[in-house]
Write a protein that binds this ligand. Structure first.
Ligand code: COA
Length: 260
């Protein structure tokens, strides 16, 4: 794995923790973070020892305080459109074949909220402040926020957050279904890694099929989604992991999934 300036990667027992490391700028996403993050995810995709990725921000104040606003100055429509149409962290996380958990420690704003929305599960600390404040800059979310937030929490609440630019606290985000769990700042890492570890103990093949099947739900009609689910379900039957899972159940032991 290459050395990066704006991100850190730590691996332990099937889990890779990808930390956005610009704490003095509250981990704002500049183009270097996107470039390095995309490259790191490309490596983690191929790494057989990594079954789950956790994304977080350095320091205890901020997950990600949005796109790096200083890069917006002087951008034209054409250059800005090209930036977001290129391979970004949003796209790389969305299409990443393994589960990705956002561990939200503090400010989770704009592109930070959008990155968390591209993740599969969001776990927040009590001090999290979440929002889409782009409207205050005279722009709108451009990293998937209008689409993914609306699919996750519904049009009315999504509209309110995007039109007011207000930040909400972790408990409100939990009520809205924007985050899955809220823990104290001290417990956040332990609880998140515990869930990541549980997921990492499953069959990587089944995890990939499950993720793709669930993601299909927001993109396809019910009939298309149900057909896709049957195909992905059937693919699991080609794996050694399925034989191992069934045998372990019948033999009353814990399965050992090898990702084959
Ligand atoms: N882009 C670039 N720099 C950012 C940033 C962003 N999105 N968010 C914070 N920073 C920088 C600040 O400019 C400051 O840098 P400096 O020390 O060189 O001046 C540093 O991070 C610390 O931020 P600061 O504003 O001093 O912290 P705070 O605790 O007073 O306020 C926020 C925290 C999150 C409320 C405030 O930084 C903020 O509103 N950030 C922008 C959020 C936003 O609009 N995101 C969407 C972008 S599209």
């Amino acid at each position: 794995m290459a050395n990066y300036e704006t991100i850190l990667i730590e691996k332990q027992e099937g889990i890779a923790v990808l930390t956005i490391n610009r704490p003095d700028k509250l981990n704002a996403l500049n183009s270097q973070v996107h470039l390095e993050g995309v490259a790191a995810l490309d490596d983690l995709k191929e790494d057989k020892d990594v079954r789950v990725v956790v994304i977080t921000g350095a320091g205890d104040k901020s997950f990600i305080a949005g796109a790096d606003i200083s890069e917006f100055a002087g951008k034209t429509p054409v250059t800005q459109r090209a930036v977001f149409q290129n391979e970004t962290l949003f796209n790389s996380v969305d299409t990443f074949p393994k589960p990705v958990i956002a561990m939200i420690n503090g400010f989770c704003l704009g592109g930070g909220c959008e990155l968390s929305l591209a993740c599969d599960i969001r776990i927040a600390s009590e001090n999290a402040k979440i929002g889409q404040p782009e409207i205050n800059l005279g722009i709108i979310p451009g990293g998937g926020g209008t689409q993914r937030l609306t699919r996750l929490i519904g049009e009315g609440k999504s509209m309110e957050l995007i039109l007011t630019g207000d930040m909400i606290d972790a408990d409100t985000a939990l009520e809205l279904g924007l985050v899955n769990h809220v823990f104290s700042a001290e417990d956040l890492e332990e609880k998140t890694l515990k869930m990541a570890g549980k997921i990492a103990s499953k069959s990587p093949i089944a995890l990939q099929m499950a993720k793709e099947a669930v993601k299909t739900a927001s993109k396809a009609t019910l009939d298309e989604g149900l057909r896709r689910e049957i195909d992905l379900f059937a693919i699991c039957f080609s794996s050694e992991d399925k034989e191992e899972g069934v045998a372990a159940f019948l033999e009353k032991r814990k399965p050992e999934f090898k990702g084959k």
